[in-house]
Design a protein around this ligand. Sequence first.
Ligand code: ATP
Length: 726
Amino acid sequence: MDDLLSGLNAAQREAVTATEGYVRVIAGAGSGKTRALARRFAYLVNEVGTLPGNILCVTFTNKSAAEMRQRIHALTGDEDTGYICTFHSFCVTVLQEDSHAVQYPRRFLVLDNSDIDAMLRIIYEERGLTLRAMTFSAARDMIELRKLKKEPQYYLDLITLSLETLQQKYLQAEAPDDIIFYGYLYQQKKCFGLDYNDLLKFTLYIFEQDADIRLKWQQRLEYIMVDEFQDIDEPQYTLMQVLCGYHHNLFVVGDPDQTIYTWRGANIRYLLDFDQVFPGTRTILMMENYRSTPQILSVANSLIARNTDRMEKSLLPTLPDGAPVRLHHARSAADEAAWMAAQMQALHDGGTPYRDMTVLYRAHYLTRTVEEVLQREKIPYTIYSGVQFFGRAEIKDALSYLRMIACQDDLSFLRIVNQPKRNIGERRRRLLQEQAAQEGCSLFTALRRSVGTEAFRGTGAARFVSLIDAFSSDCSGRSVSEVLSAILHESGYEAMLRTEGSQERLDNLAELKQSVYEYETTCGEECTLEHYLAHVALFTNADAGDSSDRVKLMTVHTAKGLEFPHVFLCAMNEGLFPSKKIRTLPAMEEERRLAFVAMTRAEQGLYLSEAAGRNFDGTDRYPSRFLLDIDPGLLEQSGERDDMLLDNARGYIAISERTLRGSADTAAFRPGQRVRHSILGTGTMLELDEAKQAWLIRFDGLPTPRRISFRARLTPCPEQEGDTPS
Ligand SMILES: Nc1ncnc2c1ncn2[C@@H]1O[C@H](COP(=O)(O)OP(=O)(O)OP(=O)(O)O)[C@@H](O)[C@H]1O
């Protein structure tokens, strides 16, 4: 027991040992909540004697789940690490066990964007839609919006309607939006495919409809812990509430200053109001920071103190003094990148490996100049992009082979049937599609029935069919990594890449095999082919490890929950960070929290930079308000500071803040309400125009209504008041 509690401070010990009831930990950045969570899990297993399979530990990303599993494995020595996963992965697990409750097979598919695109391609082709009408990415957004907001009950169509009825709905649809939406639902049902939204909806539906299944999971999960609770959204919250309904042991940990996903539905209130919803909640505060030097913490504290809608707290340093935080003002983006490269080179010369340096930025498009300079200076780097690795053609092909073995679905079939070339081109695929439609079977079955026919003479169809059949009947009992290596070899896929001389693609396949292997070893005995496939669809590039000595480049969102010895936070300019898309005060505060998350990733060195120059519209580029928020006494500044530019920047930021506050007031104004303008007098609010950031008001003393920018001062006035302009 001492081992488990050693190296923990008082608050962490309390978090570890308070096992019963509702517990909320409000933790600052770098205060060791991940450490506390892992120890708590181990404490439950080693000291309390809870079986790991009775604990659910929810993390924000698959990467943090994998890390948590490793930590816990090291602490407990137990092969079984219970349910350590994201909400989505947990839903996959529930559905693999209980999807029969909605008449779905255990072997349902988890769809990612490229699967959805493949379905869209079929729909567009069938119904003669063009990309000019709507791109795939716009169509995906439209579908998501419709599922989340406009038709939140859509999943009942998937669950209760027959395939034929769904097909009818699709064929009868006339408006492009409807064609795409119902076409997609039809395609989904056809292959029992579920996207991320469906995973939660289906799970919640099953729990709502089937009391026995609900109780089974409630009783199984004796202890539930949720990390990053500040970013939880409504369906996740509901799911968690349901799950803890029997044992009532719920432990949540979060940092209100690190909420960065409200744009995706996260709601900070779930953390702040937790004690009111769950009476008897014990709240533990963890504020001591073990990650960053006092210099870095002072800068981060100074920034976040500018947010008005926040719970006041400060990170307390525990580490000894380090180097000052640097801020560089560059004349251009190229100069800025050159400064960063020079700092990196100096660090490297001093013995710091490149892998200890990380460049963070608000949006991917900002990397171009940085990349150019790093390439010129021969500094090795790697970009973590979210889609880069798992979105690569060869990785998708390899996974499609695995999926063919497990599910023999049409999407995988179309992807690999002619990869490598088997002489089954467009024309033969069409034949198969017609036959499959007539006979109501899958494309693979259609091919199996056709191998002996004239149309498929001289093709590799027969070999392909027997390859897949052989693997399908013989894969249980073999590890996923073994199956993967064998199919890539026996299908001729790897040989094809070798003939093409695609060393990079072969390296990527090797990396995939390694990541499958790591997944298996951290997963215990559970890892069947279906299990792996259902979870891999949730992976992103951040989940593929990279141990080579390279500088890392990633967005701040990707860096959430991670820590790095040296952080370069670049492109800190108005319009970039904060992004020019920010229109409201709460959004600006979220943006500031994002900058706070970025800065608190740094352990020893924090390098901030910005570049003067011009925006796309020709206006001057100003330093970010977040840099001006920081007490200048805490920064060691370099480069050319242009005082006139700074003055202009301050003026610009003051106006912008006023506009944002005005837009905050919009919540208080309703159409029909009486308002007073300091110059134009009283009037009636007609309309709020968020896009133009303006109100439309009919003033009592003016003949026509006027648009007034949010930046103007407006006050509400009583209904009967009606004076003339002053
Ligand atoms: N009691 C402690 N004593 C010494 N070091 C600690 C202690 N607790 C945590 N640490 C170290 O502090 C660092 C931050 O811990 P951890 O990653 O658990 O923080 P976190 O709260 O999850 O951070 P964030 O919310 O910013 O992502 C880690 O390097 C960890 O090893």
